[in-house]
Each structure stands twice: as structure tokens, then as C-alpha cells.
Design a protein around this ligand. Structure first.
Ligand SMILES: [Mn+2]
Length: 285
């Protein structure tokens, strides 16, 4: 008798269809070269996909069956080198290709530095950053381009009024000073006045194009222990899902999910990431 195999095919949630008909296109970006503490985010795209296959495609919260909606493709993971500048070019080019085809890039990171390269493919967008950290250092550990400086580098290209930081609760004195001119809402503000924060964000952004970057460390380490730099005092997974649901109606043009480091995970973090992505698909499709 032939042995029975259980195979896990690549793709998000088993939902992937043809590229031609897709509106949302997944692309794994296993970037893992500037992590200062915990590395291993190169394994995150496949772990998040694996988790996605073990969650329901029917979203109770929204009353949506994603399998009936269609419109999803998954290109697999981008092949990267060990050179950050070269990887940056590859990421930008790949994202630009998806955008030129009129589709929404959904990037599975990877460390946060990839956001800088992804954004380079977009025109003028609002950047919504869900993150425990402000990532506004001018340089970190002697380098100007890394996960701790990524939003500072983004501001080299995007006006400071276009960056909105949500869920932040940790920064250096330098970042606090520099970041005074940048709109931010702390974790506690989100928890205590979440609805009015979201109203303000909507009013500010209007119908302008938006890019969302979700750093899983916005969650409390109890809910997302396997992130590169855990920061205690964060959101619960349910808080995050509610916030994401509250973004419905924004003109979202792309998103990334970053900083999951599977070698430190029991699966909780990858599942939280996959579930957050489901919520986003629910409001997008
Ligand atoms: Mn962070």
C-alpha cells in the first residue's frame, strides 16, 4: 500500500488563484540581514503561510467567506542575496511590478527594513505604521539603513505629515525629540480612545492612498512572543483585529507584515500574523 502524504502547498490560506484575476498578491520577503537582537525572520513567510492554512477562511467577525470572494494570488518568496542594497532593488522592483499590474502587494516579511524598499515603488502615500517602536533613529549600531532607522529613512522620501504611528510605546530620547513633529498614538491611547483615534486617522487620510506596515511587536509579547525586539505593555491580538477592522474603507494600496522570528515561536506569533492578515483580506476583498 502506498504511503499517505500530507503536503503543504505554498500559498496563503489555500486561497490562491491565478495572478491575472488577483486583486491582492502575496509575496514573501525573507529579509533577515540587519536584525540587531533576534534573527530568523527569513523563516517567517513560510511559517505565516503554514499558520494561515490552519485558520478558517470564513471570518465570523465580518461574516465573510474569503474562499468565495477570490482575488488572491501568491508569488512565493523573493530570492534575495546577502547584499542589502541589491536586496532593496529586488524588493522595489518586485513591488513595482505588482503595482503596475494594478494589484495590491501583500508582503510577508522579513524584517522591517523591507518597508523602505517597498515604499519606494509607491508614489505619494500615507504610511500607517502599527509598531511598538518609532524606528526614527538617524543611525543604529553604525548603520543608517536597518530595522531601527527604517521610518527615519522613509522620511527622507515621504513628508512627515504622511507618517502616522499607531501603538507605539518605546523610543530613545533622540527619537522622542525628532518625533515631535510626527503624528503618533500610543498603545494606551489606542486602548482607551481607539474609536476616536481611528476617526482622526480617517479624517486625516480621507481617500488618499495608504500603505500599512504591521510590525507584530505592536502586540504584547504575551500575544506575539517571537518578534525581533519584544516590548512589554502592548495590544492583545483582539485589540489589533478590531483596529484593523476599523481601517475598512481606507484606500489601502499595499501592506507588509514584519518582524516575526519563527525560531523563537511556538506558533503563537505566526498565527497572530496570519489572523491579522485574514482580517485585512476581509476588509479588502
Ligand atoms: Mn518594532
Amino acid at each position: 500500500m502506498a504511503p499517505t502524504f500530507v503536503s503543504v502547498k505554498p500559498g496563503f490560506g489555500g486561497l490562491e488563484g491565478s495572478y491575472e484575476e488577483a486583486r491582492v498578491v502575496f509575496l514573501g520577503i525573507p529579509l533577515d540581514s540587519t536584525s540587531s537582537y533576534r534573527s530568523g525572520s527569513r523563516f517567517a513567510p513560510s511559517r505565516i503561510r503554514e499558520a494561515s492554512l490552519n485558520l478558517e477562511t470564513h471570518l465570523m467577525s465580518l461574516g465573510v467567506e474569503l474562499a468565495e470572494r477570490g482575488g488572491i494570488a501568491d508569488l512565493g518568496d523573493l530570492l534575495l542575496s546577502s547584499d542589502l542594497a541589491e536586496d532593496g532593488r529586488r524588493i522595489e522592483e518586485a513591488v513595482r511590478g505588482i503595482l503596475e499590474d494594478g494589484k495590491l502587494p501583500a508582503l510577508l516579511g522579513g524584517e522591517h527594513t523591507l518597508t523602505l524598499f517597498s515604499l519606494a515603488a509607491f508614489g505619494d502615500v500615507y504610511l500607517l505604521q502599527l509598531d511598538a517602536h518609532r524606528d526614527l533613529r538617524e543611525e543604529y549600531l553604525g548603520s543608517r539603513i536597518n530595522h531601527a532607522t527604517v521610518m527615519r529613512r522613509v522620511l527622507d522620501r515621504v513628508g512627515p505629515e504622511r507618517l502616522i504611528q499607531l501603538g507605539v510605546r518605546s523610543c530613545s530620547s533622540e527619537e522622542a525629540e525628532f518625533g515631535k513633529g510626527i503624528r503618533f498614538y500610543t498603545t494606551e491611547q489606542l486602548l482607551e480612545e481607539g474609536e476616536s483615534v481611528l476617526r482622526e486617522v480617517r479624517r486625516e487620510v480621507g481617500s488618499s492612498p495608504v500603505y500599512l506596515t504591521l510590525d507584530l511587536d505592536v502586540l504584547d509579547p504575551a500575544f506575539a512572543p517571537a518578534v525581533s525586539t519584544p516590548e512589554p505593555g502592548g495590544l492583545s491580538t483582539l485589540d489589533l483585529l478590531r483596529i484593523l477592522r476599523g481601517l475598512r474603507g481606507l484606500n489601502l494600496k499595499g501592506f507588509d507584515v514584519v518582524e516575526v522570528v519563527p525560531p523563537f515561536d511556538t506558533g503563537i506569533t505566526a498565527f497572530a500574523a496570519a489572523r491579522a492578515i485574514y482580517e485585512l483580506l476581509g476588509i479588502l476583498l
